[in-house]
Write a protein that binds this ligand. Structure first.
Ligand code: B12
Ligand SMILES: *[C@@H]1O[C@H](CO)[C@@H](O)[C@H](O)[C@H]1NC(C)=O
Ligand SMILES: *[C@@H]1O[C@H](CO)[C@@H](O)[C@H](O)[C@H]1NC(C)=O
Ligand SMILES: *[C@@H]1O[C@H](CO)[C@@H](O)[C@H](O)[C@H]1NC(C)=O
Length: 138
């Protein structure tokens, strides 16, 4: 904690010493795409969205921002002590254990669509990446 504060103070001092100005333009928001795909519930909730996030930010942050400017996109997460946030519900459709359904999270960062190896609270998308929430069965 103290070390962290010290580091922050040193960084601030250095920035002032060099007369540097850190502006939002130097660290612009990053655009990503979110696609909602559902071929198995009776609701068939689909959607293609664009959203902005801070560089290096988490997917969940991009999702939160998306809800703030797009009323069509909705989601709910639950917190798991071991793995962070679990994506329970998207656009009104929830996964459930009885039907073995869940929202799979896929990304095209490798050039093809692959499931992410972490959840929405840990995953860090890159600029222009496409994230797919696909309602599916296990
Ligand atoms: C079975 C399983 C699932 C099943 C759970 C079915 C069920 N309800 O029983 C399903 C298929 C739903 C699943 C989904 C996902 N999973 Co999974 N899953 C597992 C697995 C193989 C075993 C979990 C288990 O049953 N343990 C036994 C019980 C007794 O322990 P438990 O801790 O209570 O188990 C619960 C949690 O693990 C939870 N869970 C399962 N996966 C995930 C993922 C996240 C992000 C969260 C928050 C919770 C969670 O569901 C279990 C049952 O309630 C583990 C790997 C492992 N060897 O442990 C991966 C694992 C937990 N899953 C993982 C991931 C990444 C996912 C997905 C994000 C994959 C994706 N890209 O879509 C999704 C979740 C998407 C979402 N909607 O948020 C990672 C989590 C890593 C991390 N730090 O985030 C693990 C560790 C696998 C890995 N990559 O190494 N998963
Ligand atoms: C789902 O999230 C919304 C906000 O996005 C919240 O208003 C609602 O209460 C949540 N529902 C559940 C069941 O957690
Ligand atoms: C992912 O898809 C987007 C279009 O939505 C594309 O611009 C981008 O290049 C793709 N990424 C990779 C690594 O293929
Ligand atoms: C999405 O889920 C559907 C239904 O389970 C499945 O047929 C399809 O292959 C999945 N798409 C991807 C990209 O995994």
């Amino acid at each position: 904690m103290a070390l962290r504060l010290f580091t922050v103070l040193c960084f601030t001092a250095l920035v002032q010493l060099l007369g540097l100005q850190i502006t939002a333009e130097q660290y612009p928001d990053v655009e990503i795409h979110i696609t909602v795909q559902d071929k198995i519930s009776n609701e068939h909730v689909q959607g293609n969205y664009k959203t902005l996030m801070r560089p290096g930010g988490i997917l969940l942050g991009a999702m939160k921002r998306l809800t703030e400017c797009n009323q069509d996109f909705k989601y709910n997460v639950t917190y798991n002590n071991d793995y962070g946030y679990y994506l329970e519900k998207v656009n009104g459709v929830a996964g459930n254990d009885a039907d073995h359904t869940y929202w799979q999270i896929l990304s095209n960062s490798s050039g093809k669509l692959d499931p992410t190896n972490v959840g929405v609270g840990c995953y860090i998308p890159k600029a222009y990446e496409t994230i797919v929430f696909n309602f599916t069965k296990w």
